[in-house]
Design a protein around this ligand. Structure first.
Ligand SMILES: Nc1ncnc2c1ncn2[C@@H]1O[C@H](COP(=O)(O)OP(=O)(O)OP(=O)(O)O)[C@@H](O)[C@H]1O
Ligand SMILES: [Mg+2]
Length: 220
């Protein structure tokens, strides 16, 4: 059976995930590769309903554990209904955030037990994980500045205007950043840290080389 490639993009707010996913999708489509761009939480109708609960301020007062379970309920639907079927058809799935964001925000950011998240992850995903994860790394203040600029560009009438986690707290975002770096240190064979202070096109160039290498490796 043909097997596609599962790519995830991670990093704090404003790191450039969405920008890079657009560029990489366009590049792959240009080469005739079928791409399924998607995002978390969300990616299926059911998971998008859970996204609404998770990202809006009036979504409910969940305990930390319940919140993690909601993320994984959404993730389970997403993997089952979208990600695995696409991979089985040999497509490239590119996901904007995945389990590493749950680890970074809930554990490194909010102090929820990392072990709890990892156990739930193992239970729900078993040995399923991204083939490659790009962690877009930049200082918290730079990411937040970009994020603010974008918010003012898009106005309030966009799905991106949903209430975000701790939008403006630099200390929190610095914890996230250290969390993502620690995650990369723990799984160096999966995670690549990208200097997100580079220009968008330099970043895309770096990512293309790594994807080409992965695809070559998978096909050969
Ligand atoms: N390498 C870059 N250099 C400078 N600005 C950038 C770069 N990449 C993206 N931007 C700009 O920064 C803003 C945020 O980018 P983008 O939406 O891609 O980030 P994101 O990681 O998806 O953020 P979020 O987590 O909030 O969805 C946008 O206005 C985008 O044009
Ligand atoms: Mg984005």
């Amino acid at each position: 059976m043909s097997k596609g490639l599962f790519i995830t993009f991670e990093g704090g707010e404003g790191a450039g995930k969405t920008t890079q996913i657009r560029a990489v999708t366009e590049w792959l489509n240009g080469k005739g590769v079928e791409v399924v761009p998607t995002r978390e939480p969300g990616g299926t109708p059911e998971a998008e309903k859970l996204r609404d609960l998770l990202v809006r301020r009036d979504g409910g007062n969940w305990t930390a554990e319940a919140e993690v379970l909601l993320f994984f309920a959404a993730r389970h639907m997403h993997i089952t209904d979208v990600i695995k079927p696409a991979l089985q058809e040999g497509k490239v799935v590119i996901c904007d955030r995945f389990t590493d964001s749950t680890r970074a925000y809930q554990a490194y950011g909010h102090g929820q037990e990392l072990e709890f998240i990892n156990k739930v992850n193992d239970l729900v995903l078993q040995d399923f994980k991204p083939d490659i994860t790009f962690i877009l790394d930049l200082p918290a203040k730079d990411g937040l500045a970009r994020s603010e600029r974008r918010q003012s560009e898009i106005g309030s009438d966009d799905s991106d205007s949903e209430d975000r986690f701790e939008k403006l707290d630099v200390t929190f975002h610095e914890k996230l950043r250290q969390g993502f770096l620690e995650i990369a240190r723990r799984e160096p064979e999966r995670c690549v840290i990208i200097d997100a202070l580079q220009t968008p096109s330099s970043i895309t160039k770096e990512i293309k080389v790594l994807i080409d290498k992965k695809m070559g490796g998978n096909n050969g």
